[in-house]
Design a protein around this ligand. Structure first.
Ligand SMILES: [Zn+2]
Ligand SMILES: [Zn+2]
Length: 83
């Protein structure tokens, strides 16, 4: 496991993987060149799933005069297998 972890760290350092921080789930990694997307976190099996839609209007929620340069969105619940 230590070796796997070291390799993952190395790939992240070289820009192949990006770190995804999910509440309660510690750090996860995914390929860095994926298009913008979000995540669904299953509370039952603790797996993270990709969500490919993005509600662009979330960035308009910022107060007037604020400049948004990114957002994260995490859905919680149970995946199809657990529901
Ligand atoms: Zn699940
Ligand atoms: Zn988005």
């Amino acid at each position: 496991m230590a070796t796997v972890y070291r390799n993952v760290k190395m790939l992240a350092g070289e820009g192949w993987l990006s770190e995804v921080e999910l509440p309660g789930g510690g750090l996860r990694y995914e390929l860095a060149d994926l298009p913008h997307h979000h995540h669904f976190l299953c509370r039952s099996c603790d797996q993270a799933f990709d969500v490919h839609q993005c509600p662009d209007e979330v960035e308009s929620l910022a107060p007037a005069g604020f400049e948004v340069d990114g957002h994260e969105l995490i859905l919680f619940g149970r995946c199809a297998a657990c529901a």
